[in-house]
Design a protein around this ligand. Structure first.
Ligand code: G1P
Length: 292
């Protein structure tokens, strides 16, 4: 918890992060027609859907309570994280059983809750909708179409380590080129340790001329529960949507937000180019090496 944030109503140990919120209500319009009747989070990168990579990343950081904010047409996500009796019965004892081992492990280790976002009013609104599931605890956020692959700690684990020693909200950032700046939330900050910045400014999808730096937010966050209060009072911003970036800027001004230049690779699997790049990378570096 940052210095000026009010204490939470209960006495829970705030250094422990158990919950991870997955806003998965978005339409995935950049992938139409593939996403017309299928959630974009179920697109496979080689043999696993994007959302499974995200949940595995949360689990790697010890966040085993997975909270989905879904919308219409997203039932496949809940079905995916449920037992599939007929299928499992069919392939029990055959050589095909091994193909289900990774998802079965996820289902055994994680607990799942879901709520629905009835209107699409932006990422900030999706996070606020998740308050019902998260309550007054710090929590992770994974945007599943940002696929992150690391050699050591996962990106969520890198953020969790910083959160555990600082108690501040922390977001993952990476340097991006001029052509890509306007696709991201962009921060300005003071570097307090190598790669770790105290956020001083933050703009959602700025024009290049207005960008405060080349440090872009990627879809991994650890947030303190005070963010919900700020989101409640955040007016619609860029594109008429309630932006998480705007609420985080309020938090950075009244308290402290950290941004960490994570180690690893991030693929924008919400775009066809990024998705193809991710597929090739995972195929060559993970699948063929048998690490799936
Ligand atoms: C969201 C956030 C943005 C962030 C991006 C990372 O935008 O609003 O700040 O940089 O995710 O992927 P979206 O891509 O969902 O429009």
């Amino acid at each position: 918890m940052g210095a000026n944030e009010p204490p939470p109503a209960n006495e829970k140990d705030l250094s422990v992060i158990k919950k991870c919120l997955f806003p998965v209500a978005g339409y995935g319009t950049r992938f139409l027609p593939a996403t017309k009747a299928m959630p974009k989070e179920m697109l496979p990168v080689v043999n696993k859907p994007l959302v499974q990579y995200g949940v595995e990343e949360a689990l790697s950081a010890g966040l085993d309570e997975i909270c989905f904010v879904t919308g219409r047409g997203k039932r496949a996500i809940n079905d995916f994280f449920d037992t599939s009796y007929e299928l499992e019965h069919q392939i029990a004892g055959t050589s095909k059983e091994k193909y289900l081992s990774s998802i079965k492990e996820v289902i055994t280790r994680a607990k799942f809750t879901t709520t629905r976002q009835s209107e699409m009013k932006g990422l900030g609104h999706a996070i606020l909708t998740g308050e019902l599931l998260v309550g007054q605890e710090p929590f992770g956020v994974v945007l599943a179409d940002d696929l992150c692959i690391t050699e050591g700690d996962s990106v969520m684990e890198q953020l969790a380590k910083i959160y555990r020693r600082t108690g501040c909200s922390v977001i993952a950032i990476q340097e991006v080129g001029d052509d890509d700046i306007s696709k991201f939330g962009v921060i300005a900050g003071v570097e307090e340790e190598p790669g770790l910045y105290r956020v001083t400014d933050m703009i959602e999808k700025p024009d290049l001329a207005d960008a405060p730096s080349n440090l872009a937010i990627i879809g991994r966050y650890i947030l303190t529960p005070f963010i919900f209060e700020l989101l409640r009072h955040t007016p619609p911003g860029k594109n008429g949507e309630v932006q998480l970036t705007d609420a985080l800027l309020s938090l950075a001004k009244s308290s402290k937000v950290l941004a960490y230049k994570f180690t690893g690779k991030r693929f924008d699997c919400g775009s066809v180019d990024g998705y193809v790049e991710a597929t090739n990378y995972v195929y060559e570096n993970i699948y063929l090496k048998g690490e799936h």
